[in-house]
Design a protein around this ligand. Structure first.
Ligand SMILES: [Zn+2]
Length: 335
């Protein structure tokens, strides 16, 4: 079974979070665990503007994905796509996201390997926009194919959301050990079931540094203060941060040592999937999966990054219409 290790790098407020991204990248590198960092376009521009060449280089030893141009700054992806038709949504996503994709390329010297939706916001139009921008895949996918695992949706490789560790627990050694045991047992069970791939999402550098998410004091439920009024989230004590980083390293080491799995970045997984054959998913099987996929889409309204009364019916209808684009991996076959 393949495992991809993922982190999101997105704090636009606290420059100290830049250091944490570099520290996490170093720890993962030292532990032999190549990861995919999903980076916000504005974060890439800020790293460059703040002269953080060292942090950029540490992250660029790993794989880099794209995590939207502005993350939680409104309108977020679901907000700007919700009132639009699919075609209008594609044009709007291109308008909103092209600069961010370009920023990743310029700052990290590589095109993003994937797109990761921020704070659980997504719409299918963004997939078509990504395809037009030559971004080959998306992670944390709400879509699914019969049998689970990576599939094709709307012309992209889709990596479904899956396992991970809560970054809010690293400073609590007991809880951190418990959740790591759970992750190890879960991955062992997935491998025993013959799963092709699973994710290990191991958190956000900013949340390892702070008691809360960086966007909590600023952008919750539609709040959109100007940049001059952005507030920094409460920082952990030095002692808690030190403990959190010790437990983060333990997690990295444990994932590296997992038996029977191969660690691959999303960039490597894209190459692996490019060499596999896919076949259209049977319509009856997709009809059976639809209620699960729809429930995931509707659950986006529960996340603080969007207003509670967001109307997701258009995004649901467009996704339903695109179910026929779903293709299933033909395991063991070669394209
Ligand atoms: Zn995020």
């Amino acid at each position: 079974m393949y495992i991809s290790v993922l982190m999101d790098v997105e704090d636009l407020v606290d420059p100290e979070a830049d250091d944490l991204a570099g520290i996490c990248a170093d720890i993962l590198w030292e532990e032999g665990l190549p990861a995919t960092f999903c980076v916000v376009g504005e974060k890439a521009r800020l790293l460059k503007a703040r002269g953080r060449a060292g942090v950029i280089a540490k992250m660029a030893r790993h794989d880099i994905g794209y995590h939207t141009n502005f993350h939680s700054v409104h309108p977020t992806i679901s907000e700007y796509l919700a009132p639009l038709s699919f075609e209008e949504g594609v044009q709007e996503a291109l308008r909103q996201e092209q600069d961010g994709i370009r920023a990743i390329e310029e700052v990290f010297g590589m095109a993003p390997s994937c797109f990761g939706g921020p704070g659980n916001t997504w719409g299918p139009a963004v997939c078509e926009a990504l395809r037009q921008c030559s971004v080959p895949s998306f992670v944390y996918a709400h879509t699914e194919a019969p049998g689970g695992g990576p599939h094709r949706f709307c012309g992209l490789h889709a990596f479904p959301n899956g396992r991970g560790l809560s970054d809010g627990l690293y400073q609590d050694s007991l809880a951190a050990a418990e959740q790591l045991d759970e992750l190890k047992a879960g991955i062992a069970a997935d491998a025993a079931k013959g799963l092709f791939w699973q994710q290990a999402f191991i958190g956000h550098p900013t949340r390892i540094l702070h008691e809360h998410f960086w966007d909590d004091p600023n952008f919750v439920r539609g709040a959109n203060p100007p940049r001059s009024e952005w507030k920094v989230a409460a920082r952990k004590s030095d002692a808690d941060l030190e403990t959190a980083l010790i437990n983060f390293r333990k997690a990295a080491r444990a994932i590296h040592e997992l038996p029977g799995v191969e660690i691959k970045t999303i960039r490597e997984m894209n190459s692996i999937l490019n060499a596999q054959a896919f076949a259209p998913a049977p319509p009856e099987a997709m009809a059976k999966l639809w209620p699960t996929i729809e429930a995931r889409l509707l659950a986006m309204a529960g996340w603080p990054i969007v207003p509670e009364d967001i109307d997701l019916s258009g995004i649901c209808a467009q996704t339903h219409q695109l179910l026929s684009s779903t293709c299933v991996l033909q395991k063991g076959s070669v394209a």
